[in-house]
Design a protein around this ligand. Sequence first.
Ligand SMILES: Cc1cc2nc3c(=O)[nH]c(=O)nc-3n(C[C@H](O)[C@H](O)[C@H](O)COP(=O)(O)O)c2cc1C
Length: 183
Amino acid sequence: MRALVVYESMFGNTERVARTVADELSRSMEVDLREVSQAQAAIHDLADMVDLIVVGGPTHAFSLSRPSTREEALGRGATQGSAEVGVREWLEALPCGPHSESLATFDTRVTKVRHLPGSAAKKAERISRSHGYPRALSRESFYVADVNGPLLPGELDRAREWGRDLALRVADLAEGRRQSQAT
Ligand SMILES: Cc1cc2nc3c(=O)[nH]c(=O)nc-3n(C[C@H](O)[C@H](O)[C@H](O)COP(=O)(O)O)c2cc1C
């Protein structure tokens, strides 16, 4: 089984979550972890050959980032990422389906506005569904203390649990497909 984990991160927090999730998935699957600007080729090389795609990014303005919000992040001291390429652009470039592989989305967001609706993970799911992906297997938010982080205590443990749960669900789905083909 194979997974592709694609992330966008400007202050490093989403990257830490993505690495933790990828590490947990790699206990039972072959995992390709890519920063979004390095993931363009993966759209065509891998997208239809993996069992699971995990996409994560920071919530900006209640949604996935845009060039303008990434520009703002750079102005606020972000040390990685770029204004040009983000998860929104990556998802919008995906070929239209139907696609059969499972997909899961996550984001990081600031804890003090956690009651407000709208998140990068929700928007990522919406774009992927419009490209023919099934409903997300799971969608999760991980919380940071402020715009530049850090992640709240316990969030990387939660990311590890989330990765473990995803791996189990993908294995269950594969087993279900195998059994229905056998009958
Ligand atoms: C321009 C901008 C807009 C943001 N808007 C939101 C928001 O609407 N809701 C929220 O919870 N966090 C918001 N944040 C905080 C980000 O979610 C936070 O910077 C991110 O989780 C850090 O992840 P990273 O280290 O991977 O970049 C915003 C940050 C920036 C720079």
